[in-house]
Design a protein around this ligand. Structure first.
Ligand code: GLA
Length: 384
């Protein structure tokens, strides 16, 4: 999928220097949505869609970033980079440079080429893949190393502080720490994780509704604010509750009436989603695929009804999947409001499932979807 030699030659033709090339994957989240910033649980897997970042040093004091996807290059001064993003694709690599500079690193002059096949705005973490690939590239040039969790945190800060998107840690964490054929149950409180093997007879079918989503957009922020307002009400009664991770459904019974109705619904989603996510990891590890599928179905309903983060198209994609042979579980994945559904499907049925789902969706919704049969992949690394 990623032809590194073609990518290298693109960098050499443009910058007349051999690059060091790094790859960072996108991700699909099996379950645990909008729980990461509430210090809860998520269970994503890295996938075989990724961003490549090629880097070489320059001697003219400039930082030049080039995107093969956009066919566009931007030039900055290495010593006076922009303080904030401007809503341009270059915000993601420059945000990483800015955070590293803030950490006390001297940013050298460099040329950076980027190319990726993670579908943009589809809820598969194309931005995290760009951040992580850039961070590894820049750190190699600087001659510094960060342990996995710290690297993920640095990239998340680039997105929070420079790009201005209030995302949690999930996407960057899994892009750094993904494992082949595994999902990962991540505790977003202390960043400890458990690997959950995805059985060989289970396929990851990712179905793109083709409805664009954006984490930088208003809906993500509103949902986060609504759920944090609910948490503040509980915290007012129960010391020790700092995040919805610390809250229970009982708390909602007792103090839900003090919350705005939307806040109560958002909190109910997050609190119940944490329970489902931990249970889903157990089900996956015990080979209880029926239970896993049921939890995914409940998660989708909760995401759609309580969190109101789905859309007609995604609901249709999930509903159509229910009637197809081989389905284990289906739900909308990622930040919401469009993007992709994740379908766990019996491997032997995956091809037929993908075809039938695509056909059914096109007929029902009038949009030609993109459907991919993906593999759970390893995390970001240097390409030799
Ligand atoms: C986006 C964010 C993540 C997470 C998900 C929702 O992908 O980047 O941090 O909040 O949405 O689960």
């Amino acid at each position: 999928m990623h032809d590194a030699s073609v990518f290298r030659s693109i960098h050499v033709a443009r910058f007349h220097a051999e690059p060091a090339v790094f790859v960072a994957p996108g991700r699909v989240n099996l379950i645990g949505e909008h729980t990461d910033y509430a210090e809860g649980f998520v269970m994503p897997a890295a996938i075989n869609f990724a961003t490549l970042a090629g880097i070489s040093p320059r001697d003219d004091g400039q930082v030049v970033v080039y995107s093969e996807n956009y066919g566009e290059k931007k030039t900055f001064s290495a010593t006076a980079p922009p303080p904030k993003g401007t809503g341009h694709w270059s915000d993601y690599p420059m945000g990483v440079a800015a955070i590293l500079a803030g950490e006390g690193h001297t940013i050298p002059a460099f040329s950076l080429s980027l190319w990726g096949d993670v579908p943009l705005g589809s809820g598969l973490s194309s931005s995290a893949a760009v951040e992580v690939a850039t961070a590894l590239a820049l750190l190699s040039l600087i001659g510094a190393e960060y342990p996995g969790p710290a690297l993920a945190r640095l990239c998340q800060r680039a997105e929070n502080e420079f790009v201005g998107a209030s995302c949690g840690i999930m996407d960057q964490f899994i892009s750094v720490n993904g494992r082949e054929n595994h999902a990962l149950l991540l505790d977003c409180r202390d960043l400890s994780f458990k690997l959950a093997p995805i059985p060989a007879n289970v396929a990851l079918v990712i179905a793109n509704t083709m409805v664009k989503h954006s984490v930088a957009g208003g809906d993500y922020k509103t949902r986060r604010a609504e759920s944090e307002a609910a948490c503040a009400v509980i915290a007012g009664h129960r010391a020790g509750v700092r995040f919805l991770r610390d809250a229970t459904l009982d708390d909602l019974e007792r103090w839900g009436h003090e919350m705005a109705p939307k806040s109560l619904l958002r909190a109910r989603h997050i609190i119940s989603e944490n329970l489902r996510t931990v249970a889903a990891e157990e089900a996956l590890c015990n080979g209880d695929l029926k239970k896993l599928g049921r939890l995914m179905a409940e998660a989708h309903l909760s995401y759609s009804r309580d969190f109101e983060a789905s859309c007609e198209e995604a609901d249709a994609m999930v509903e159509l999947a229910q009637n197809l042979p081989g389905l284990i579980g289906a739900r909308l994945t990622g930040g919401g409001f469009g993007g992709c559904t994740v379908n766990l499907v019996e491997q032997s049925c995956a091809q037929a499932f993908a075809q039938a789902l695509g056909k059914g969706y096109a007929e029902r919704v009038g949009i030609e979807p993109q459907i991919h049969i993906c593999q759970a992949s390893g995390g970001a690394h240097l390409l030799e």
